[in-house]
Design a protein around this ligand. Structure first.
Ligand SMILES: [Fe+2]
Length: 401
């Protein structure tokens, strides 16, 4: 999406004869928004429609948890089980019609190929590295990467070592914010990242292998398996604007101000009715009277999900690496008692976090119930409560919300 790319061999013109050892190749235009959006053109050894066998269709089942009370939530996700492969290990935590947010700790290699037929994906790699093998070529990734996978991309994870992913899937497009781009698509000077920070597939590897290959495609709220008699990475060349890419959160250039900058200054991606933001280590507000942490706020039509990646959270009560907080719409949120005072004079923050704000309410799953910390809703109350102990200094310095 960010710029025009070309890999492998493509003919001189679109839609003309192009042969491989005398055989006519199959041209596929993979495009968005009915031939009016971005597209790539791929040249296959086989028709991409060719299937040997229609496999099973597995409907997606979401187990909703409706809490007894509407309250701020904190979930500790560090100990979520390692289980399954890089797709089947995705465990849905919360969702609405615009975005699904899942935790993923895969333990096994994928023995099939995967394609999200009806949604874009952003996979934030909290821990781990490897290669996303795709029909557009190999995409190496490392910890801190956002792996952006446009719908229609056939892929398979090949990872080295333990993995911890936070996965966003959306039926809408996930894009670089419009206000960061000029009318030609180039990233503007005020954007917090540049094209050099964006990494497309490194190398196209054309497979001519024949055999039995399974491709699982997410469609119609389920997974349809197709069995092919050829390797799905049969592309000899492609060009265009649609392909997977990575962007590392540590390449996000934070925008700071004399007084507090609001969350849109941290925006990294725009989705339909949601945004994804990166909170990175940075200098804090420098006015002599500045309060470096946020004011209380009621984003009246926003839900705020925050995933804590790295840094010192010990000063924030109960929050740890891989914690998720959800501050839902309808009620205000802000720093815990004492925190604003404590933050005065702080000059920098070293915390790293990923935030997703949605403009419509999120539903929770039973996994969220399993991980829920019921004390969090009371963490703004600094008087003793029956059955609960109040830490001597419950508030610490955090700069996110
Ligand atoms: Fe907030």
């Amino acid at each position: 999406m960010p710029t025009y790319q070309i890999r492998g061999d493509v003919p001189r013109k679109r839609h003309i004869q192009f042969r491989d050892n005398g055989s006519l190749l199959t041209e596929e235009v993979m495009g968005l928004e009915g031939f009016s959006g971005n597209q790539s053109i791929l040249y296959h050894l086989h028709s991409p429609c060719r299937i040997r066998e229609l496999g099973d269709f597995e409907p997606i089942e979401r187990e909703e948890w409706v809490p007894d009370a509407h309250a701020h939530r904190h979930m500790r996700t560090m100990d979520v089980d390692e289980d399954g492969d890089a797709v089947s290990a995705r465990r849905l935590l919360m969702w609405n019609n615009d975005v699904e947010i899942s935790l993923c700790r895969p333990a096994e290699p994928m023995d099939y190929f995967y394609r999200n037929g009806e949604g874009d994906e952003v996979i934030f790699v909290h821990q781990g590295g490897g290669t996303l093998e795709t029909i557009f070529g190999d995409l190496p990734y490392r910890d801190g990467d956002y792996i952006v996978v446009p719908r229609g991309t056939t892929y398979r994870f090949a990872f080295d070592g333990p993995q911890r992913h936070l996965v966003f899937e959306s039926p809408g497009l996930i894009e670089i914010p419009r206000r960061y781009r000029n009318e030609y698509g180039q990233l503007l000077e005020h954007a917090p990242f540049y094209h050099r920070d964006i990494h497309p597939p490194a190398e196209l590897r054309t497979s001519r292998d024949r055999g039995r290959y399974e491709v699982k495609v997410r469609v119609r709220d389920g997974y349809q398996t197709y069995v092919l008699d050829y390797h799905p990475f049969d592309v000899v060349g492609w060009d265009g604007y649609v392909y997977p890419w990575t962007f590392n959160i540590r390449d996000f250039e934070p925008i700071t101000g004399r007084i507090h900058m609001p969350p849109p200054s941290h925006q990294t991606f725009q989705g339909k009715n949601f945004v994804i933001c990166s909170f990175c280590p940075r200098k804090l507000d420098f006015d002599p009277l500045a309060i470096p942490i946020p004011y209380h706020h009621s984003n009246l039509n926003s839900e705020e999900m925050l995933y804590y990646v790295d840094g010192n959270f010990s000063s924030r009560k109960g929050i740890e690496v891989a914690s998720v907080t959800l501050h839902p719409s309808g009620i205000p949120h802000g720093p815990q008692p004492g925190l604003a005072e404590k933050s005065i004079g702080q000059t920098e923050t070293h915390e790293l976090a990923v935030m997703c704000d949605t403009f419509y309410p999120l539903k929770l799953t039973k996994l969220a119930k399993e991980l829920d910390d019921p004390d969090y809703a009371y963490s703004w109350y600094d008087e003793p409560l029956p059955g609960r102990t109040i830490e001597e200094n419950p508030a610490g310095v955090t700069s996110h919300f």
